[in-house]
Design a protein around this ligand. Structure first.
Ligand code: IMP
Ligand code: MG
Length: 349
């Protein structure tokens, strides 16, 4: 939400305040990590907290020449002034978490909710050995499904039971709601995408949890009335990894001829690539309660847009695409990503 601070009749500055959620509008890998990184640098949240399933998600963030892939810590870690949380609903793999803390150097500002469920080796073994999950569904094999089963069966371990996590434990909902009471800005990061939501996706070819904005709020213990903006990220050419229906899927020949080739951050599987799906975009925007749409990969629509940072640099071809996409989504597109690097973006919020 934009707020104008008016003092004595003078507009001091406008800023983005309150609580925003960023989620994926298609099948995941829409470039949420990049959008989060940009929004964090611009809006300067005091807290960036992650919702979603668990370490099955891989978020890529590129800052300058450096590229990071994270699966547990919020991709907003590249913004150095925020505390980083992992929300109550998220599954934690302690080994992945520790390795990422070391890689990113966020030891002194990362916290996890004491009630987070833990992924153990047995969950990973089960995920990989289960023919239905590994072959038919095409699970990432990271143990998330079986760990969520244990959580529902109420036999899963919680973060507070592990001495190695003791120093990171916090009450995430309390911290976030208190920050919001003080007028601070909070960013909630979703994972995966709308199309693989357990409830709204292409069941049974889905992940083990809902992935919509409401779920991301619930994962962090933030009530629906406290959310100011929902940014839904759509990819100009959506992708899907794993099995399941993909209405606008192209052949490998088609996508390669467009110069698009992508590989998964977690599993390194080659992603399936499709054309813009306006119907899915609209439905996804509706269920997510989208207030701001973001489009990534506009440089795949027209190469000439690569790296643009101003709206005026967009070509006619790109503008025509955006016009159609905006009609389909039904909400203004205010963030347009023009390349993988964090600063390659047009922000007209
Ligand atoms: P699982 O969540 O690992 O059980 O995988 C279930 C399905 O969701 C598979 O098709 C995965 O490829 C897909 N999936 C899970 N997480 C992600 C993600 O972060 N991005 C894209 N696809 C995902
Ligand atoms: Mg990903």
């Amino acid at each position: 939400m934009s707020r104008f601070i008016i003092l004595g009749g003078i507009v001091l500055h406008d800023c983005i305040m309150g609580c925003s959620i960023i989620v994926g509008g298609f099948f995941g890998d829409e470039g949420k990590g990049k959008i989060v990184a940009h929004v964090a640098h611009k809006d300067k949240p005091s807290i960036i907290s992650r919702g979603g399933v668990g370490p099955n998600a891989g978020h890529t963030v590129q800052v300058g020449e450096k590229e990071y892939g994270v699966r547990m810590i919020p991709s907003g870690f590249v913004f150095p002034d925020a505390r980083l949380f992992i929300g109550t609903g998220v599954l934690i793999n302690p080994d992945v978490l520790k390795a990422e803390i070391e890689m990113t150097g966020v030891e002194d500002r990362i916290f996890v909710d004491h009630r987070c469920s833990i992924i153990e080796q047995k969950h990973i073994d089960l995920d990989k050995a289960d023919e239905y999950l590994s072959k038919t569904i095409g699970s990432t094999g990271t143990g998330c499904g079986p760990a969520n089963v244990d959580r529902v069966n109420r036999v899963a371990k919680q973060a507070q039971a592990l001495p190695e996590l003791k120093k990171y434990l916090i009450d995430v909902p309390f911290e976030i709601n208190t920050a919001l009471d003080k007028g601070e800005t909070v960013l909630l990061e979703g994972t995966q995408g709308f199309g693989i939501s357990l409830y709204y996706g292409t069941y049974p070819f889905v992940t083990s949890k809902d992935t919509s904005a409401s779920q991301i709020a619930a994962d962090n213990g933030v009530g629906p009335t406290r959310i100011d903006d929902v940014i839904v990220v759509f990819k100009a050419y959506p992708t899907r990894v794993g099995e399941g229906p993909f209405g606008t899927e192209m052949t490998r020949e088609e996508s390669h001829s467009l110069g698009i080739e992508e590989f998964g951050t977690v599993t390194h599987r080659e992603r399936r690539i499709g054309g813009w799906d306006g119907k899915m975009a609209g439905y996804s925007a509706m269920i997510n309660g989208c207030t701001i749409a973001a489009i990534t990969g506009i440089d795949n629509v027209d190469e000439a847009c690569f790296g643009a940072t101003e709206y005026s640099q967009l070509t006619e071809k790109a503008l025509a695409f955006l016009k159609q996409a905006e009609e389909d989504i039904g909400v203004p597109i205010k963030l347009i990503s023009t390349g993988p690097e964090m600063t390659q973006i047009i922000d007209i919020r």
